[in-house]
Ligand binder design. Structure first.
Ligand code: ADP
Ligand code: MG
Length: 698
């Protein structure tokens, strides 16, 4: 059977054998012919054009030049010797350098003749040089067979065994010739026509050995589309199955919510908040279990939405739970929700690690007899002995802090039926990422801030302007406002970071001798942190000097200035979260990003993005572009993002198309019985049976 061909263990490929096979297994996760074929080049060396010396610049990848060697010399002292060849073309002069194999090269390279040299130019003492270039004498055929040479990802261990890109390229050629006629088409004809995608055989050939840039681009598009299409198909299928099978509690009594809405609502809800509550209500009364992701930028008012849903649950006789990632946040939610719930005579409790045993016992008791309506807490909620009488709604705040497994423990808390799940996140997830990560969830978005909020004004200031910045802080505090000053604290450089923080704290104390100042950092005990936070919340201190421990959720409406020191060291989403700590009251708020003069290109882009926009979704898109999806939300462990070729940051349009097509297919031919969809059916079966990891998603 042809499909079995791709399951052939890699060791049977000519040139591999058991020892190299073991290395391929271990280092690259390549076990079969199919795995190797899917080990696509991650870039290509451009052998299609020649550069001149005058054209070189420092940002170039490896390039190709035609030069004449004018002189050779051995420089340096014993042990640190190097061979230097002076080379020139009509536009300039450069150097070629060897640190190893000096004798060998010195004997073989000739002055006075022309060579094609290939390598990465670096500027050294005002002159370009290439270390250990590839070299070939110019022949009449030079330049006639332009091609793009594949470069494969490798590890040090492989390199040590002389397995390099050239070697892998040779294996790929061998494999591709064996695979002639065995490669199946995996996309229906109508899709290939519609999106102008080459057939699979051509795509595989061109992705490894492109004839030109254009064919490479279309091969890559085709393989990306295929990958995204099958992922979306799988996720959408899962969602369908869940929707068909899953049973959910019917929670449809809105009397409590109506009472709250008509008599106790503290402010007018935004249209977005109302819409989202309706979406959730539709789920809760549907008889199917809700699995919904609620996205809303910092300050968009997710808490009251969650509370409204809890009222639907309570009105329908079910309990609710809200889990927050930190104690401070849980306490804050507890305070807010207890206040909102008070006029409705609902029983609300807080359960965290620091709740005393007697209190805990009472909570357990009330949970089990059903007299506790709403339980708020940290992951302490997940403990074995926390048992509900009738948990109808589980809300999880700031979900990226919790692992998937942790979350699912919360929805197993009910004996009879899984509760409805609402996952809230303030880290806006770009649509593309949400589609892939949460493709099987429903998504609601609060895309509107409460009226009257003034967008935070963000500026970039260099460290040398610190005096002026302090002057501004003084003005703000004279007007009665409070200020955050945040320092980075990264685990790897914790010691120096802590020193910066303490130095900064001292200089702030000196600059504002008459102001009460709080300091909070990760090395303090939870109680000490909480104590300082409370002082700041109550307005007893005017400046809060802190590390990112204040990143998430804390609400001090009177704080109007967020100063971020070493802003270049923060990620975009972190900067945005921090900025979200101000702008919560009616006053104009400010975010001041402090940096040194020297910034990397990425850091500059991050700062510029922050200055340019307040829109969390726009920021998330840039973040995704800069960092790739792996780091976002700590989703790396989810495995979902381990894509072979597609890039969720760059291939958003393709993903959108793949999703639409997968959706259409499931609507029009859910059983895959139409003749034109047989290739899809076949591919899905293959993915299930084959030991080749066709999609890398288990
Ligand atoms: P987040 O979405 O970041 O969790 P919160 O729920 O903490 O936001 O709300 C931020 C602040 O805005 C809170 O002080 C809350 O009371 C207030 N708020 C929420 N919705 C509205 C609204 N519709 N109008 C006015 N203020 C609101
Ligand atoms: Mg919140």
């Amino acid at each position: 059977m042809a499909d079995r061909f791709f399951d052939t263990p890699i060791e049977y490929l000519k040139g591999v054998g058991p020892q190299r096979a073991a290395l391929f297994n271990k280092e690259l996760g390549i076990f079969t012919f199919g795995d190797l074929l899917q080990h696509y080049p991650y870039r290509y060396e451009d052998r299609t054009r020649f550069y001149t010396i005058a054209e070189l610049n420092e940002d170039m990848p490896a390039v190709q030049l035609i030069v004449t060697i004018t002189r050779m010399e051995i420089a340096g002292t014993a042990g640190k010797k190097r061979l230097v060849a002076l080379a020139e073309d009509p536009t300039g002069k450069m150097e070629l350098v060897w640190f190893q194999g000096i004798k060998w090269f010195a004997e073989r390279i000739r002055t006075g003749i022309q060579y094609v040299v290939f390598g990465t130019p670096v500027k050294y003492g005002g002159k370009y040089s290439i270390a250990h270039p590839e070299m070939e004498p110019v022949t009449p055929n030079t330049g006639k067979s332009g091609f793009l040479q594949p470069v494969y990802s490798l590890t040090e261990k492989l390199r040590a065994k002389h397995i390099d890109s050239k070697f892998i390229g040779k294996l790929q050629r061998e494999l591709l010739s064996l695979a002639q006629g065995k490669i199946h088409e995996t996309l229906p004809d109508y899709l290939r026509k519609k999106y102008n995608l080459p057939d699979k055989t051509t795509a595989l050939l061109q992705i490894h050995f492109p004839d030109n840039h254009q064919l490479l681009a279309s091969a890559s598009r085709r393989l990306k589309f295929e990958e995204l299409f099958y992922i979306q198909l799988r996720l959408l299928k899962m969602k369908r199955v869940r929707q068909e099978k899953s049973q959910g509690m019917i929670l449809n009594n809105t009397s409590l919510l109506t009472e709250f809405y008509n008599r106790h609502l503290p402010f007018e809800l935004t249209e977005a908040q109302k819409r989202v509550i309706r979406e959730i209500y539709t789920d809760m009364k549907s008889g199917k279990q809700m699995n919904r992701l609620l996205q809303g930028d910092v300050g968009s008012g997710k808490t009251i939405v969650a509370f409204a849903c809890m009222l639907i649950a309570a009105g329908s006789g079910a309990q609710s739970a809200l889990m927050a990632p930190t104690e401070i946040l849980a306490q804050q939610h507890f305070k807010n929700i207890r206040r909102l719930a008070e006029p409705l005579q609902l029983n609300v409790a807080l359960l965290t690690g620091s709740v005393r045993k007697s209190e805990r016992k009472k909570i357990h008791q009330q949970l089990e007899d059903g007299s506790l309506h709403i339980l708020i807490g940290t992951h302490a909620l997940l403990e074995e002995n926390v048992q509900f009488n009738n948990l109808g709604l589980a809300v999880i705040d700031e979900q990226h802090r919790f692992g998937v497994a942790q979350r699912s423990r919360l929805w197993q808390k009910n004996k009879t039926m899984e509760p409805h799940i609402l996952v809230m996140t303030a880290t806006p997830i770009p649509r593309t990422l949400a589609m892939t990560l949460y493709g099987d969830l429903d998504v609601s978005v609060i895309d509107e801030l409460p009226a009257g909020r003034k967008p935070v004004k963000t500026v970039h200031r260099f460290d040398s302007h610190r005096l002026a910045v302090f002057g501004f802080l003084r003005e703000q505090m004279a007007a009665g406002r409070q200020v955050y000053i945040v320092y980075p604290l990264i685990e790897e450089s914790e010691k120096t970071d802590l020193k910066h923080l303490m130095d900064g704290y001292e200089s702030i104390c000196r600059a504002f001798p008459d102001v009460h100042i709080s300091i909070v950092h990760g090395r303090m005990t939870a109680e000490a942190k909480e104590f300082e936070m409370q002082r700041f919340v109550k307005g007893e201190t005017r400046i809060m000097v802190a590390t990112t421990v204040i990143e998430v959720g804390v609400d001090v409406p009177n704080a109007t200035v967020m100063v971020i020191e070493n802003a270049e060291r923060f990620g975009l989403s972190q900067l945005h979260q921090l900025r979200g700590r101000v702008g919560r009251g009616a006053e104009q708020s400010y975010c001041i990003l402090m940096t040194d003069y020297k910034l990397t290109a990425d850091a500059r882009k991050r700062i510029q993005t922050m200055v340019k926009t307040n829109n969390g979704f726009e920021i998330a898109e840039v973040d995704l572009e800069l960092r790739g999806p792996g780091d976002l939300l700590g989703t790396r462990q989810s495995g979902m993002l381990d894509l072979l070729i597609a890039d969720l940051g760059k291939d958003q349009q393709l993903l959108q198309q793949a999703r639409e097509e997968a959706l259409r297919l499931l609507e029009q031919d859910p059983q895959l019985i139409k003749p034109e969809n047989q290739v899809v059916l076949h591919q899905i079966k293959l993915q299930k049976q084959s030991s080749t990891n066709w999609s890398r998603i288990s």
